[in-house]
Design a protein around this ligand. Structure first.
Ligand SMILES: [Zn+2]
Length: 89
Protein backbone atom coordinates (compact mmCIF):
# COMPACT_ATOMS: atom_id res chain seq x y z
CA UNK A 1 0.00 0.00 0.00
CA UNK A 2 1.17 3.50 -0.83
CA UNK A 3 0.06 4.87 2.53
CA UNK A 4 -2.59 7.49 3.24
CA UNK A 5 -6.21 6.65 2.58
CA UNK A 6 -6.52 3.24 1.00
CA UNK A 7 -9.88 1.59 1.46
CA UNK A 8 -8.73 -1.85 0.38
CA UNK A 9 -5.91 -1.77 2.88
CA UNK A 10 -8.22 -0.63 5.66
CA UNK A 11 -10.58 -3.53 5.06
CA UNK A 12 -7.70 -5.99 5.08
CA UNK A 13 -6.42 -4.61 8.36
CA UNK A 14 -9.88 -4.79 9.86
CA UNK A 15 -10.23 -8.45 8.97
CA UNK A 16 -6.78 -9.21 10.33
CA UNK A 17 -7.55 -7.35 13.52
CA UNK A 18 -10.77 -9.24 14.15
CA UNK A 19 -9.09 -12.58 13.50
CA UNK A 20 -6.29 -11.91 15.96
CA UNK A 21 -8.79 -10.64 18.53
CA UNK A 22 -10.82 -13.79 18.00
CA UNK A 23 -7.74 -15.94 18.47
CA UNK A 24 -6.82 -14.09 21.64
CA UNK A 25 -10.31 -14.67 22.98
CA UNK A 26 -10.26 -18.35 22.06
CA UNK A 27 -6.94 -18.73 23.83
CA UNK A 28 -8.33 -16.99 26.89
CA UNK A 29 -11.39 -19.20 26.92
CA UNK A 30 -9.98 -22.50 25.74
CA UNK A 31 -6.72 -22.80 27.61
CA UNK A 32 -6.88 -22.96 31.36
CA UNK A 33 -4.72 -20.25 32.84
CA UNK A 34 -4.05 -21.35 36.37
CA UNK A 35 -6.83 -21.75 38.86
CA UNK A 36 -10.25 -20.25 38.60
CA UNK A 37 -10.73 -17.25 40.84
CA UNK A 38 -13.53 -17.20 43.36
CA UNK A 39 -13.80 -13.43 42.92
CA UNK A 40 -13.54 -11.27 39.82
CA UNK A 41 -10.06 -9.90 39.11
CA UNK A 42 -11.50 -6.52 38.15
CA UNK A 43 -14.47 -5.74 40.38
CA UNK A 44 -14.06 -8.44 43.06
CA UNK A 45 -17.62 -9.66 42.66
CA UNK A 46 -17.97 -13.33 43.59
CA UNK A 47 -17.86 -15.56 40.50
CA UNK A 48 -20.64 -18.20 40.52
CA UNK A 49 -19.36 -21.76 40.93
CA UNK A 50 -21.23 -22.79 37.75
CA UNK A 51 -19.22 -20.26 35.78
CA UNK A 52 -15.95 -21.37 37.34
CA UNK A 53 -16.68 -24.99 36.42
CA UNK A 54 -17.67 -24.07 32.87
CA UNK A 55 -14.59 -21.90 32.32
CA UNK A 56 -11.49 -23.36 33.93
CA UNK A 57 -9.10 -20.59 34.87
CA UNK A 58 -11.84 -17.95 34.72
CA UNK A 59 -10.74 -14.65 36.23
CA UNK A 60 -13.59 -12.27 35.50
CA UNK A 61 -17.24 -12.14 36.47
CA UNK A 62 -19.87 -12.23 33.72
CA UNK A 63 -20.26 -8.45 33.66
CA UNK A 64 -16.55 -7.74 33.29
CA UNK A 65 -16.13 -10.50 30.70
CA UNK A 66 -18.99 -9.12 28.63
CA UNK A 67 -17.58 -5.64 28.89
CA UNK A 68 -14.26 -6.95 27.67
CA UNK A 69 -15.85 -8.87 24.78
CA UNK A 70 -17.88 -5.80 23.85
CA UNK A 71 -14.74 -3.69 23.79
CA UNK A 72 -13.08 -6.19 21.48
CA UNK A 73 -15.99 -6.11 19.05
CA UNK A 74 -16.28 -2.34 19.07
CA UNK A 75 -12.59 -1.93 18.39
CA UNK A 76 -12.65 -4.39 15.47
CA UNK A 77 -15.77 -2.73 14.02
CA UNK A 78 -14.54 0.84 14.21
CA UNK A 79 -11.09 -0.22 13.00
CA UNK A 80 -9.23 2.09 15.35
CA UNK A 81 -6.12 0.03 14.93
CA UNK A 82 -6.01 0.85 11.21
CA UNK A 83 -6.26 4.60 11.67
CA UNK A 84 -3.76 4.56 14.51
CA UNK A 85 -1.36 2.65 12.28
CA UNK A 86 -1.52 5.21 9.49
CA UNK A 87 -0.90 8.01 12.00
CA UNK A 88 2.24 6.31 13.21
CA UNK A 89 3.57 5.77 9.70
ZN1 LIG B 1 -16.19 -8.23 37.58
Amino acid sequence: MAGGWARDGAVGEQIEASISDELARMKQRGAPQGESRTHCAECEEPIPEKRRLALPGVKLCIDCQQERDGAFQARAGINRRGSKDSQLK
